[in-house]
Ligand binder design. Structure first.
Ligand code: SF4
Length: 328
């Protein structure tokens, strides 16, 4: 991963892609890379949805290898919500695919000259940027169906929905999971609005023909990874609690301790906690034909996620997380 893909949305005639060496960012990955680049290249007083802000998308240093749990994607920019340097991260397939394509980061920069909307397609042969105004105001799930019809299910997608296009300050950036559903979101700080301000609706990453990244010493790497996986699977939280009940494994425990942030942090105990606990969630998911244990990307051994169906057994959403549940 020794190159960065920079897409200048402000270029004459529409966004232009340039590949540059990682240079001073070599050796950085994930949050270290996204935040360093924003700190260095984005003027602190600029408008978060203006020409000078940059959206930086970076896999972790081990993404694209056989290392377990190496598939989270970091996204950074000056936040439209807080005005500070924001990092939000998401699971899904994008980080692994992007790393196998050799990119340490994709940087969206500049300001488009008009309201046209673009999709970016990246594969082993390079980058195509295509104007596609038929995607305007498409929700992420509808967009995923459209992209699946065009590119198949073997690719990864990073996208925004209508909130990002409208540059709302709480808009997210969505990533597709192993089933090509846009269920994983970089949700903090309104980074979807920054992507929307660059006129980029969707990035399709296709690693067909690319190989897994290989370490310098494959045997030692394998050994270290084995120890890491053993540690995770033997630990009661990562080996039992999270796989069985997801992040809502915390609900009953924290509620009992009086620290459940209910009624907007005014109280620490919620009478109905058991009804929204990880235990109840897992039971409901299983009863409706969904999954109580599910990984959001290949190589995840914790599998803290799940699939939540409606009463008729149709997929509704991924398993809602602890913060989402207590906040509602
Ligand atoms: S399923 Fe859970 S543990 Fe696995 S990568 Fe996704 S968020 Fe992390």
């Amino acid at each position: 991963m020794l190159k960065i893909l920079r897409i200048d949305s402000g270029a004459a005639g529409g966004p232009k892609a340039t590949e540059v060496p990682t240079g001073e960012y070599t050796g950085l990955g994930g949050r270290a890379l996204t935040s360093s680049l924003v700190a260095k290249e984005v003027p602190p007083l600029c408008s978060p949805i203006g020409a000078e802000n940059k959206l930086v998308i970076a896999p972790g240093l081990l993404s694209g290898t056989t290392a377990a749990m190496s598939g989270r994607l970091s996204i950074g920019a000056k936040s439209p919500l807080t005005g500070g340097i924001k990092e939000a991260n998401a699971g899904g397939q994008a980080a692994q695919v992007m790393a196998r394509l050799g990119y340490a980061a994709i940087v969206l920069e500049g300001k488009p000259e008009n309201d046209d909307l673009y999709k970016v397609y990246v594969n082993k042969d390079g980058v195509k940027i295509i104007k596609d105004n038929s995607l305007k105001m498409l929700p992420n799930y509808d967009l995923a169906e459209k992209m699946k019809a065009e590119y198949g299910e073997g690719v990864a997608m990073i996208s925004i929905g209508p909130a990002g296009e409208m540059k709302l300050s709480a808009a997210t950036v969505a990533c597709t999971d192993m089933e090509f559903r846009p269920t994983r979101h970089a949700g903090r700080g309104g980074l979807g609005a920054v992507m929307g301000s660059k006129g980029i609706k969707v990035i399709i990453l296709d690693d067909s023909g690319m190989k897994m990244r290989t370490p310098k010493d494959p045997e030692k790497y394998k050994e270290a990874n084995k120890k890491f996986v053993e540690g995770l699977t033997k630990h009661p939280v990562t080996g039992q609690g999270l796989p069985a009940y997801g992040t809502n494994v915390l609900t009953n425990i924290i509620n009992e301790a009086g620290g459940y942030p209910t009624y907007n942090f005014k109280q620490g105990r919620f009478d109905g906690a058991n009804k929204i606990s990880g235990e109840t969630e897992a039971e409901t998911e299983t009863a409706r034909g969904g999954l109580a244990t599910h990984g959001c990307h290949r190589g995840c051994v914790i599998r803290c996620s799940g699939t939540y169906n409606d009463k008729d057994g149709h997929f509704l959403t991924k398993q809602p997380e602890y913060e989402t549940v207590w906040a509602h």
